[in-house]
Design a binder for this molecule. Structure first.
Ligand code: SAM
Length: 282
């Protein structure tokens, strides 16, 4: 039985291909590629003429047999269009099947968009949560963000340029004016990091509509133990939102995101202070 190599490929800069990745792609019997046309450009650039088959989202289960046939007599490399296969890209099912059939799986370290975005964001890197792409539907996206309000670790999402502003607005509404970083076009000519409170980043991208590939990094909730606001501060912030005409439920969400308090606790404070603004249950 051969080895299944998981080979990351550049996310924008061809120089990010490692020497080991090049050697493996030359030596394997077969390369399973997410999009053979995209990968041919890369392979041609490095004079690699290993046979290719497609392995993508829509044939990832029906293709397993062909990949295992090739593994019976030789090594196979899995690549995606860019970055690490299996990270918001096809790969998981093949890797799982290979492990369960006793095939050696050898993942190579290499390009991926999460880590450069996180490290360049300036937000805490000691612990983070990668969440892939947010749901496209506004309600599901808001629900997911809401469930993440108490999360203290830095959050990392992939996002498309045409949804970025909606997502930033959802972050602001649900989580408050958190510090965020939009990492755009990593490793490419127009690489850009836009960092700051989400309100400022929204203003930036309203004036300069986003383009290209994007990773959104969102600061975690303040640690409950040492940074949670005291009650007076929470009341004052809530009062400010309500006085500006915001319904209590969304004001409570916003203040919860900033203060390290739970939304229900903030809402309860609000109903004491603003009994008639009790617009609906949280
Ligand atoms: N497997 C890839 C990886 O390891 O990063 C991710 C593939 S996913 C289909 C593509 C998404 O990754 C893009 O929509 C974008 O959110 C992010 N991405 C990929 N390349 C990027 C880059 N050069 N700069 C910023 N984000 C990037």
């Amino acid at each position: 039985m051969g080895t299944l190599y998981i080979v990351p490929t550049p996310i924008g800069n061809l120089e990010d291909m490692t020497l080991r990745a090049l050697r493996v792609l030359r030596e394997v019997a077969l390369i399973a590629a997410e999009d053979t046309r995209t990968s041919r450009v890369l392979l041609r650039h490095y004079d690699i003429d290993t046979p290719l088959i497609s392995y993508h989202e829509h044939n990832k289960l029906s293709r397993l047999d062909s990949v295992f046939e090739a593994l019976a007599t030789g090594d196979v490399a899995l690549i995606s269009d860019a970055g690490m296969p299996g990270i918001s890209d096809p790969g998981y099912e093949l890797i799982q099947a290979a492990i369960s059939q006793g095939v050696r799986v050898e993942p190579l370290p290499g390009p991926n968009a999460v880590l450069p975005a996180l490290v360049g964001s300036g937000l805490p890197t000691d612990q983070f949560v990668y969440l892939g792409f947010l749901p496209r539907k506004a309600k599901a996206r808001a629900e997911l963000l809401e469930s993440l309000i108490p999360e203290e670790r830095t959050l990392v999402f992939y996002e498309s340029p045409n949804r970025l502003l909606d997502t930033l607005e959802a972050v602001q509404t649900v989580m408050g004016d958190r510090t965020v970083c939009v990492a755009r076009e990593l490793s490419k000519l127009y690489e850009e990091f836009v960092r700051g409170p989400v309100s400022t980043v929204i203003s930036h991208f309203t004036a300069n509509p986003p383009r290209g590939e994007i990773v959104l990094v969102v600061g975690g909730a303040p640690a409950a133990s040492d940074e949670a606001w005291d009650e007076d501060r929470v009341r004052a912030a809530l009062q400010e939102h309500v006085a500006a005409g915001e319904p209590l439920s969304s004001a409570a969400k916003a203040v919860a995101g900033q203060s390290g308090w739970k939304r229900r606790e903030v809402y309860a404070l609000g109903t004491e202070t603003n009994p008639r603004k009790n617009d609906r249950n949280p």
